[in-house]
Design a protein around this ligand. Sequence first.
Ligand code: GN1
Ligand code: MG
Length: 407
Amino acid sequence: MTVQLSTHEKLEQVCKAFRIQGSLQSYEEIKVGNVNKTYRVNFLQEDGKRKSYIVQAVNTYVFKNPVQVMSNIDLVTEHIHAKAPKKRVLHFHHTADRKTYLMDDKGFWRLFNYIPSNTYNTTDNLDIIRNAGEAFGQFQMMLSDFDASSLYETIPNFHNTPKRYEQLIADAQADPKGRLAEARPEYDWLLSVREQACRLTNLHEQGLLPLRVTHNDTKLNNVLFDKASGNAICVIDLDTVMPGFAAHDFGDAIRFGASTAAEDEKDLNKVSCDMTLFEAYFNGFMEGCRGSLTDKEVEALPMGAKIMTFECGMRFLTDYLQGDVYFKTHREGHNLDRCRTQFKLVEDMEKKWQTMQEIVDLLRDEHGWSDSVSNLSNKLQRESLRYVEAVQLADALGYEIVWQKRR
Ligand code: GN1
Ligand code: MG
C-alpha cells in the first residue's frame, strides 16, 4: 500500500534527503514558472535561527532527462565561478550520495539556497530593465569561451522554428481536442508569416549567425535584484542553457520585459512593446556583452525580439491544440490567451519596427568595439571605425597615433 504524503510531509522528506538541519516550519509555493513546481521552505535551525531554501520539482514531461539538465547547470555554474569567484550563483545542495538531485517515484527534486532579493514580472523602471539586460549580456559573454559540445541538448530543437512549424501543422491536422476551430485565426496567421518566423534559423544556415551558449529563458523574472541597490545579483533558471543565438536571448527578454502587459493578459488593448524599455534593455545587454557580438549579431537583435515572440506564441498555440500538456495552465483557454497576447505584441513590434532598428543603429557604436577580426573588418568595410577605436587598434599593433603639424 502506498501512503499519500501531504505536500508538507513530502517537502520534509526531500529536505531531509538533502541533509537540511532543523525543522520545517512552513512552506509556500512560488507560482512564477510555467513548467517546474517551486517552493520556498522555511526552517528553524537548532541554534534558533531561521533559514529558507528553494525546493523544486522538475517537470519531467518537459525535461525528459533531468540528470542531463543538472549536468549542464553544474558545468556552466563552475565555469562562471572560476572566471568570477565573487559573482553569486545558485548553490545546489547535495544528497548523502553526492548528487544534486533526488529522484523518486514522485518525481525529480533539487534544492538550492534562497537569496533574499526582488524579482519582477513587469516593470517600468528603466534601471531594472537595463540591469537585467546587463546580467544576461554578461552571462553570455562569460560563456563565450565555454565548450558548447560539453552541454547536452536538454530539449532538442528548442529554437528550431521550422521544426516547431512542422509540429504545429501536425497537431492542427490531428486536432486531438477539437480546438482548432477556436484558434483558426491565430493558426492561419502563423502560417502566413512562416518565412519571416524562420529567418534567424536561415541566417544561421547561411553561416551568418554564430551559435553561442545561451540562457534561453531570459524572462525578467529570471533575474534576482538586490533590494537596496536594484543591481542584478544573478540570473537564475539555467535549465535551458544550450547552444543558441544571441538574438534568442535578447529577443525573449524583450518579448517579456519590454511588454506593457503580462504574458497572459486577456485585454489585448493593454499589450504593446515599450520602446523606452527596449532601449534600456538594449543598452544593458550591449554593456554586458562587452563587444563580444559580431555586427551581424547586433543587427539581428530586433529580429530576435519579433521571432521569439512568434515562437512563444506558436508554442502556446501548439500546447492549446494538444490539450495543455506542456505549460501549467490556471484557467480555461489559458494557453490560447497567452498565444493571443504574443501575436498582439508582434503586431505592435511591426508598427515600431523602424524605431527598433534605429535604436540599435544609433546606439550600437556607443558600446565600445570588439577586437574580433570579423567585427573589425566589418567596421573597416563600412568605413565606420571611430577615432578611439583607431587609437586602440594602433596601440594593439604597437603603434601610437601622433598629431604632427603639416610642413
Ligand atoms: C517556460 O517555466 P518557465 O517560466 O521558466 C518555458 C520557456 C517559455 C516560458 C514562457 C523549459 O519557462 O521556454 O519561454 O515558459 N520553459 C521551457 O513563459 O519550456
Ligand atoms: Mg525556465
